[in-house]
Design a protein around this ligand. Structure first.
Ligand SMILES: [Zn+2]
Length: 139
């Protein structure tokens, strides 16, 4: 099988609601996403998908929705509303707690499914680094 992977980096704040330790505090990360694609066959030029197409769709989506934003669990509205009021800043609400695992899963199942509707091209893995030493894989 041949795959291709594009890396996307972004900065965001989050917190993990009900975390037992310091991850319940609002804090930030330099996130790194590795999005891996596979296709039924290579195109006439020999590609799974053009790297520029991944940039145009996925990098732009991340830039517009997650970069320099605060990512919160949708049940974390009290904090989100306070941030919005104080800073006039919008919040990106996830349907789940914004752990690396849940964020990777959201990118794979929700975002990439919508951004890459072609039946012959599929995002097969999202690896999301929360720190240089820690990442989660959604497959
Ligand atoms: Zn964190």
């Amino acid at each position: 099988m041949i795959t291709c992977t594009r890396k996307v980096q972004f900065d965001a704040a989050h917190r993990v609601m009900n975390h037992e330790s310091k991850c319940k505090m609002l804090h930030g990360h330099r996130y790194v996403v590795e999005a891996t694609f596979a296709a039924d066959g290579l195109d006439e030029l020999g590609r799974v998908i053009d790297f520029g197409v991944i940039k145009e769709r996925l990098t732009n989506w991340i830039d517009n929705n997650w970069d320099h934003n605060t990512i919160l669990f949708q049940e974390d509205r009290a904090l989100g509303d306070a941030i919005t009021q104080q800073l006039s800043q919008k919040i990106f609400y996830l349907p789940t707690n914004p752990t690396a695992e849940n964020m990777a899963q959201y990118l794979l199942k929700t975002v990439c499914t919508e951004l890459f509707p072609e039946p012959n091209i599929k995002c097969i893995r999202i690896r999301l680094y929360e720190t240089p030493n820690c990442y989660a894989d959604a497959v």
